[in-house]
Write a protein that binds this ligand. Structure first.
Ligand code: SAM
Length: 380
């Protein structure tokens, strides 16, 4: 509240989101307060168990194997959360592709000290050498390998813009002075828009959004995406980037009927569309716009390899066979087998995690193997 007051009682939504998530003392991630997992604040695919990493590992290994022999390699995970995906992938490489693992390091990119602390504990016994770096540090000595961004780009601070029927305004968060001793926050719009946002609206064909969008129509723009992709590009001399996140095509994201964008808040397995609840205690997340992501990736020299919905990608990587294989396991393990079965089905559920998008890009590679997850699933 004091910080908001120090800014004159109003900040753009992106500033509020940055503070609420990433402030090292008060932010939900910065403080390490948020817990990822089915018993934490929200579940992600890797947090449901080891099968997600086991299915992804052959894809990572295939990409790493495509690099020139004898070059040192890096598996970089940005936004590693609890560190479980990084650990499970490192273990899979070490046990199934030992020669590859012998020349591969793990690099964790985590700006939030509270999260990095938990990752260090989780990775204490990691079979690969580990280091924590920023993308800027990596850019000073770029690496070869694979860069993963699983549910991290949705945590970049978004701008919210409001169409008032005649013009655009930037949505912000306003501090209401107390009448009865209690401070309150509210969303309120103020113009004009900075150039960077006008340019993004122009790229989406939304400078004049037309008569179908009523006054008050609100959406999100992603000014952090292009700088992030440029930094990621500078960090990787050659290799692949895999982005996994909720994402929508621009025509769905910015459809007239989607009048309040995609912003959501999560805490203790509850979801809310109110981003102002208990700042610093809720995860705030907005979907990605596929068209904006692809355009920003191209502008930073990333070549598109292809994209799939998670359900299709995991089936191509062998999820159905894995599910079938559970039947051959020891029945004495029934409770564990049932929970793995449930997790596998959740990963491909088209109404939730199965609808996530997997987008792959590459840079600096002469030869490009067809990616496993872009192939059709084998018939079983
Ligand atoms: C939603 S969690 C996802 C965690 C994990 N990838 C998973 O899927 O279980 C977002 C993670 O990204 C981190 N993060 C947020 N902004 C980031 C940024 N700009 N660069 C790297 N990591 C970031 C957060 O601290 C957190 O670890």
């Amino acid at each position: 509240m004091q910080r908001l007051r120090g800014q004159g009682g109003w900040v753009p939504f992106s500033t509020y989101m940055q503070w609420a998530l990433h402030d090292p003392e008060h932010g939900a991630y910065g403080s390490g307060r948020l817990r990822v997992g089915p018993r934490g604040d929200f579940a992600t695919s890797p947090s449901l168990g080891p099968d997600f990493a086991a299915l992804l590992a052959p894809q990572v290994a295939q990409w790493l194997q495509g690099q020139p022999q004898a070059e040192p390699l890096s598996l970089v995970e940005t936004g590693p959360g609890e560190g479980s995906l990084a650990l499970q992938l490192a273990e899979a490489l070490a046990s199934q592709w030992p020669a590859l693992a012998a020349r591969t390091e793990l690099v964790l990119v985590e700006p939030n000290p509270g999260m990095a602390e938990r990752q260090r504990l989780q990775l204490a016994a990691c079979p690969l050498p580990c280091r924590w770096q920023t993308l800027q540090q990596l850019a000073e000595a770029p690496v070869r390998g694979v860069l993963l961004a699983h549910e991290v780009l949705d945590a970049l601070a978004v701008e919210r813009v409001v169409w008032d029927g005649e013009q655009w305004a930037r949505q912000g968060v306003e501090l209401l002075e107390p009448t009865d001793g209690v401070f309150e926050l509210r969303l309120s719009a103020a113009g004009p828009l900075p150039e960077v946002l006008v340019a993004q609206l122009a790229a989406l064909g939304l400078v004049q959004p037309g008569p179908q969008r009523e006054a008050g129509w609100t959406t999100e723009l992603h000014p952090g995406l292009a700088p992030w992709l440029a930094q990621a590009g500078a960090a990787l001399v050659a290799g692949q980037l895999l982005v996994v996140d909720y994402a929508l095509e621009a025509w769905r994201y910015y459809a007239p009927q989607r009048a309040n964008g995609t912003l959501m808040a999560y805490r203790q397995q509850r979801a809310s569309s109110d981003p102002l609840l208990e700042p610093g205690h809720w995860d705030l997340t907005a979907h990605l716009c596929l068209d904006s992501l692809e355009a920003a990736a191209a502008a930073s020299g990333w070549e598109p390899l292809g994209q799939r919905r998670q359900g299709e990608a995991l089936l191509a990587l062998g999820l159905a066979q894995r599910l079938h294989g559970l039947q051959q396991q020891d029945p004495a393990q029934l409770p564990q087998l049932l929970s793995r079965r449930e997790a596998l089905l959740r990963l491909v559920d088209p109404t939730t995690l199965g609808d996530f998008r997997w987008l792959a890009f590459s840079r600096g590679l002469v030869e490009q193997p067809t990616s496993l997850f872009l192939q059709d699933p084998p018939l079983s």
